[in-house]
Structures are given as C-alpha cells and as structure tokens.
Design a protein around this ligand. Structure first.
Ligand code: NAD
Length: 368
C-alpha cells in the first residue's frame, strides 16, 4: 500500500498533549498492522504565531493542501487574546478550512455505554446512540450577501442572507449519502421547506442526489421537528444532513446528548482529490483548555476518535477505525477515567498518557 500522508498540527494548550497519544496509536498501527503512514508535524495557532508571526504559515498551508489528511489538536490561549483579529490563533484554523474548501462538517454523536449516565437525557434514550450530523460549512446564512446593519428612517436593520446554490447542496448531499453507505444506509435531510424557498431547493436537490443511491433510505424533516426528535428519540437517526445554520445548532444539541467535551471528534471534508480521497481535516471538538494545559489531565479520547474518523473516511480503513473505537469503549468499560470523566463518579483519575496507554493495551490484548 502506498504511504498515507498525514500532516499533524498539534497547536496550543492541550493540543500537543492529546496529539502525543495519537502518535502512539499511529506507531501501533505501523508495528502491528503494517500501516504505512508518512507523518509530518508542523505548527498552527499560537505556536505558529510565536515562531513565524502568523497563525498559519504559507508553507504549512501548502503542506496541508498536499497531504491526504490533516489532524489538528486545538488552537488558542490567553497569551494570544489581545492580538489583532487577523493574527489570532483561530484564524489559522479558519484559513485551513477556507483554503481547503471543506464544505462538509461531520459531527458524530456516539454514546459509549459506560458514559450513558453523563447525558442529560435518560440512559435508555442515549445508550448505544451512534448518529452522524453532516453540516454544510461554507455557505448559507453565515456567508450569504447582502449582509450588514444599516439605518432605514428611525430604525436600524440587520440583514443576513440565507442563500444556497444547486452545486453547494448537491456536494454536501453527496458527502452525506457516501457516509451513509459506510454506515446504516439511512439519510434524514433537515430544512424548513414549509417557510423558506432555500429549504424547498434544498429538499429538491437532495432528492436529485438520492437517485444515485438507490440503497439509501431518504427521509425529510423540518429542522424544528428535527431538534425535538433529537432529544425525544435520537436513535431513530443514522445520518442527518442539513445546512450551515441549522447544522450549527443541531450538531451542538446532538453532541450534548453524549455528555463530555473530551470525547467528541469531528471531521471536515472537501472535494475528492486526484487519488479519490477527500480533502480532510480531523480535529476534536474541544479547544485548547488552558485551565488544564501542561498538567497531563486532558482526555485524549476526542483526538483519538478523530484519528479513527481519518482511518475510516480518508483511508477507507473501516476495520482499523472500528478497532480503535472498540478499544476506547473497552477502556471506558474497565472504568479508566481522565479527570473530566472521573469527577462525577468519584473515580481516581488517570493521566492523559495513562489513558492513551490503556487504549493501546486494549488494542494489544484483543484478538482482532
Ligand atoms: P475548551 O474546549 O478549551 O475548554 C472548555 C472546558 O472543557 C475547560 O474547562 C477544559 O478544561 C475542558 N476540556 C476541554 N477539552 C478537554 C479535554 N480533552 N479533556 C478534559 N477537559 C477538557 O473551551 P474554552 O475554554 O472556551 O476555550 C479555550 C481556548 O480554546 C480559547 O482560546 C478558545 O478560543 C479556544 N478554542 C479552540 C477551539 C479549536 O481549536 N477548535 C475550539 C474551541 C475553543
């Protein structure tokens, strides 16, 4: 198998700490499964600003464009709060997303059995939950023109425009259908076609894409009902596809069904490259957690599970992704807990590295 090219950008705060555990897992797959990853590491966010005076150098951007997948830790921290807007650590991340044109944001909501009590919902509603929200990330309400605030007579008026084109809807729709083919083969598309023309177009274009995927069961739901259904009976869904604004809200809502920030991975995918792999950035949902940075307290699972997404969606290594996810599940079943999870159970917390080692031990001990 040709080398699979990864660019690792640990970033700031706990980013390097959680990424160190991913490096161990990459090495494990190399040693035990013969997976040939070619890994480069570089700077992003505050770390890049300190070295180069910019939160992402042109050289790093070029590297990101040339690899199969980028894996990012987290960016930001109090030391950079007073920088000019254009130099803030977050601008490095936004530049990556924009220049790689990552239009499909994947936010899984997966509830590990051992953590079902962490949800604000009843255990039986979330136990075994495994859904995927695909949010359109580069268009819609957050980007549409005209936008702004102006004065009309005695009134100030704030305007944003919810605008989608055929191709924007079709490409994210295709991402959702492709994902569903690797999962439960069901897609639920959410919009407000009852009150929004852009919603009618969304529904019609998703129907067009569905014709290419006869195996997929497609349903449509108004986004407000979707929000209700997510907290009433989330397990009814497999893949949800929705626009930028609704996706922002629905994916946060779904994430909280599962409890802890330290467990949530994400991926942002763009168009397929020449080798057929999509442009891709994988990152945990959490930030740089300056309150615990440098103390070995961070939970590495969100970052490990982001790498599992890379295995599945960039490299078509579904069995290896399953293996890593199963190892995380097993470790949680054993009662191993980092501080963020230990608190509410009164358990003795393990360090970031001990959590990573426990995951490796679970991978070692199983006859996969
Ligand atoms: P945060 O996600 O960094 O932290 C929120 C809380 O969750 C903190 O108490 C933190 O200790 C805890 N936490 C987060 N991840 C954890 C983990 N893996 N293990 C254990 N505990 C964890 O959010 P914040 O405090 O609002 O932001 C801190 C900095 O991170 C800011 O500079 C912000 O701009 C940045 N940020 C970056 C990203 C990103 O890189 N994608 C996302 C959000 C925030």
């Amino acid at each position: 198998m040709p080398a699979m090219k990864l660019l690792i950008l640990p970033g700031d705060g706990i980013g390097p700490e959680v990424m160190a555990e991913v490096r161990k897992v990459i090495d494990w797959f190399g040693a035990n499964r013969g997976l040939d990853f070619s890994v480069e590491e570089d700077l992003v966010g505050g770390a890049a600003y300190d070295a180069h005076g910019a939160p992402l150098s042109d050289e790093t951007m070029a590297k990101a464009q040339s690899v199969d997948a980028v894996l990012l830790g987290a960016v930001g921290g109090p030391a950079y709060d007073n920088l000019d807007f254009s130099l803030k650590p977050e601008r490095g991340l936004l530049r990556l997303r924009k220049e790689m044109d990552l239009y499909a944001n994947l936010r899984p909501a997966q509830c590990f059995d051992a953590l079902a009590d962490y949800s604000s919902l009843k255990k039986d509603i979330v136990a075994g939950l495994d859904i995927m929200i695909v949010r359109e990330l580069t268009s819609g309400m957050y980007f549409g023109e005209p936008r702004g605030i102006h004065t009309e007579g005695n009134e100030r008026v704030g305007i944003n425009t919810h605008r989608y084109t055929t191709s924007e809807i079709r490409r994210v729709g295709r991402s959702a259908f492709e994902l569903a083919m690797k999962r439960g083969k069901r897609v639920c598309s959410m919009e407000k076609a009852n009150v929004m023309e852009a919603g009618i177009l969304w529904r019609e274009e998703i129907e067009v894409i569905a014709k290419d995927y006869p195996e997929i069961e497609l349903s449509h739901m108004y986004a407000d009902n979707g929000a209700m259904q997510l907290v009433r009976n989330p397990k009814q869904f497999d893949v949800i596809v929705t626009d930028n604004l609704f996706g922002d809200i629905l994916s946060d809502c779904a994430a909280m069904l599962t409890g802890s920030l330290g467990m949530l991975p994400s991926a942002s995918l763009g168009a397929p490259m020449e080798n057929g792999r999509p442009k891709a950035l994988y990152e945990p949902v959490h930030g740089s957690a300056p309150d615990i940075a440098g103390q070995g307290k961070a939970n590495p699972c969100a970052c490990l599970l982001s790498f599992a997404m890379a295995l599945r969606y960039s490299f078509d290594l579904g069995a290896e992704a399953d293996m890593l996810e199963a190892a995380v599940n097993e470790v949680l079943d054993q009662g191993v807990r980092t501080a963020d999870l230990a608190q509410s159970e009164g358990a003795t917390p393990v360090s970031t590295a001990e959590m990573g080692d426990a995951v490796l031990a679970a991978m070692d001990s199983n006859d996969w």
